[in-house]
Design a protein around this ligand. Structure first.
Ligand code: PEP
Ligand code: MG
Length: 562
């Protein structure tokens, strides 16, 4: 038996076979060749194979996603066959004597740069497609197989790291547990695992993972241990653990239908975070009082084509209907940084966490943003919707977003489409700028929700993706963050708006009392953490609590006051 250990990000036990997923990486080195004819021949053969593959993908995609979305593969074929691209590659082989893969990589890079300097969003987005087809071509030139995560049976998925877009492509119903060599507990893949109730461990040591493929293993997501080819003693220990955990889960069920109320009668909201319709079942099973954060960008991740207005509308509408009148806060698309949506063709950035992401991206692509806003307002008829803007740093951004909100509403009005006029509009407080400006922002919006994942990253200058920095999070000196949060609560309540928490720290039961004392009105956590949080709240006696949000004094922000 071999025991590996890492950092647990979601508890639970899983037993099964290990499936190792190796990311596709095209390594292209600059190489000069002598025989240019031979190299042109290699390029031609690769091109022929790539075109055949695209034909195949097109036929499969028609069955799976319909003709409209499948057409992306036609575009990819057109890009490979395009004369500018083709002559660019040939010139580099013939005149510069570059190897075929390097010639493709260089042509792709130059054309992408030209694309991104053009005004049209549509053309800019083709840069991502160009990169995709060139990766395909390079793979054929280098005679490599395409790597996809296709799971036909239930497995323990292990990888060096997983990007959210990769995670979204996997049929998660076949994933018993996730273990990764890198990653961090606040990364979106870890968040997704938690939301989906999948035991997950990150930071499993060194190079060993790839050697363990197909071996039997037990993942103990509570302690962060992985037992490879477990012996009898380990099996018995795990069985005992499973029994205890089942008892705990049973005990927690007693808290369903109960209030989130402290011993001295203060009641707060406990909501759930979700990333899509699948997670809604967990939110309902765990008796969440509402949805405090719907990460809407997950609808776009891992997709060939962006979801159109109707598809978004049906998704939002289903969430609202299934929550049956309970509050649902849908965050507008928070793409960028680690949530790189391929179809957007985002340029590579030096510091993506500080780059074109979230509300910045939406304001740069108003048509895309308004499509989402129209879908949201159409869905507003079916429940208690609030809309939340991510990563706000300036009043100007709120103003510009409001202009686009009004334009989206006007477009619906013009078509006679019904929607609710006064959908509350809030912002995530997840940057130091938003904390410092919270007094001003509170005058502009209907609610705040503190995104502790990003707020802690930016206040502490701690990359949330960096595993080496995990210990900084672990030593639990959250004082700088807590001071910022107190300031946000005070400013919000002074202006009559409520404050929630929707970052992962909301589930830290050692901080619950602190949060309640500073006056937090709502905490939104992963569905499985709703009942433990409720249980914790019910044990707290607050002898001092800051002023609470007073619904009677609520100011109403509507378009007349914008
Ligand atoms: C946060 O930053 O705390 C948050 C909830 O948003 P996300 O984790 O999706 O960035
Ligand atoms: Mg965030």
């Amino acid at each position: 038996m071999l025991v590996l250990s890492g950092k647990p990000v979601f508890g639970g036990i899983a037993r099964g076979k290990l499936f190792y997923f190796q990311q596709d990486e095209n390594e292209v080195v600059k190489r000069l060749i002598k025989d240019t004819d031979r190299e042109l021949g290699r390029y031609e053969t690769a091109k022929k194979h790539a075109l055949e593959e695209l034909d195949e993908l097109y036929s499969k995609a028609i069955e799976k996603v319909g003709e409209n979305d499948a057409s992306i593969f036609i575009i990819h074929k057109m890009l490979i066959e395009d004369s500018t691209f083709d002559s660019g590659v040939r010139d580099r082989i013939k005149n510069d004597r570059f190897s075929a893969d390097y010639a493709v990589a260089q042509t792709s890079r130059d054309l992408s740069a030209a694309f991104s300097n053009l005004g049209s969003n549509y053309i800019k987005e083709r840069a991502a497609d160009l990169k995709d087809v060139c990766d395909r071509l390079i793979r054929h030139i280098q005679n490599k197989d395409e790597k996809r995560i296709e799971l036909n049976e239930k497995v323990i998925l292990c990888a060096d790291d997983l990007m959210p877009s990769e995670t979204m492509q996997i049929d998660l119903s076949n994933v018993l547990a996730i273990i990764t060599r890198y990653g961090s507990s606040n990364s979106h893949t870890a968040i997704l695992a938690r939301t989906m109730n999948i035991p997950a461990i990150i930071g499993i040591g060194a190079d060993r993972l790839s050697m363990l493929r197909d071996m039997e293993a037990i993942v103990d997501g509570y302690s962060g241990s992985v037992y490879i080819e477990p012996d009898e003693a380990a099996l018995r220990r795990i069985e005992q653990l499973e029994e205890n955990e089942a008892k705990k889960r049973e005990m927690l069920k007693r808290f369903k239908g109960r209030k989130n109320v402290t011993l001295d009668g203060t009641e707060i909201e406990v909501f759930a975070n979700i990333a899509g319709l699948n997670d809604l079942n967990y939110a309902l099973e765990n008796d969440a009082g509402g949805i405090g954060l719907f990460r809407s960008e997950f609808l776009y991740l891992g997709r060939i084509h962006m979801p159109d207005e109707d598809e978004q509308y049906f998704n939002y509408r289903q969430v609202l209907e299934r929550m049956g009148g309970r509050k649902v806060i849908i965050r507008t698309m928070d793409a960028g940084a680690d949530k790189n949506i391929k179809s957007f063709g985002l340029a590579k950035e030096e510091n993506p966490a500080l780059g074109v992401r979230s509300i910045r991206l939406c304001l740069l692509r108003p048509e895309m943003f308004k499509t989402q806003l129209r879908a949201l307002f159409r869905a507003s008829m079916y429940g208690d919707l609030s809309i939340m803007l991510p990563l706000v740093t300036a009043t100007e951004e709120i103003h510009r977003a409001k202009v686009l909100i009004e334009e989206a509403k006007d477009q619906l009005r013009a078509k006679g489409v019904p929607f609710k006029e006064n959908v509350p509009i809030g912002i995530m407080v997840e940057t130091p700028a938003a904390v410092l400006m919270s007094e001003d922002f509170a005058r502009e919006v209907d609610f705040f929700s503190i995104g502790t994942n990003d707020l802690e990253q930016y206040i502490m200058a701690l990359d949330r993706q960096n595993l080496t920095l995990e210990t900084y999070y672990e030593h639990k000196d959250h004082e700088p963050l807590l001071r910022a949060m107190r300031m946000v609560c005070d400013n919000a309540h002074r202006h009559g708006i409520p404050v929630g928490i929707c970052g992962e720290l909301g589930a830290d039961l050692e901080l619950t009392e602190e949060f309640l004392k500073m006056g937090i009105d709502e905490i939104s956590v992963t569905p499985s953490q709703v009942l433990p949080l409720r249980q914790r709240i019910r044990t707290i006696k607050l002898d001092e609590r800051k002023q609470l949000f007073d619904p009677a004094a609520v100011k109403t922000i509507n378009s007349d006051t914008w």
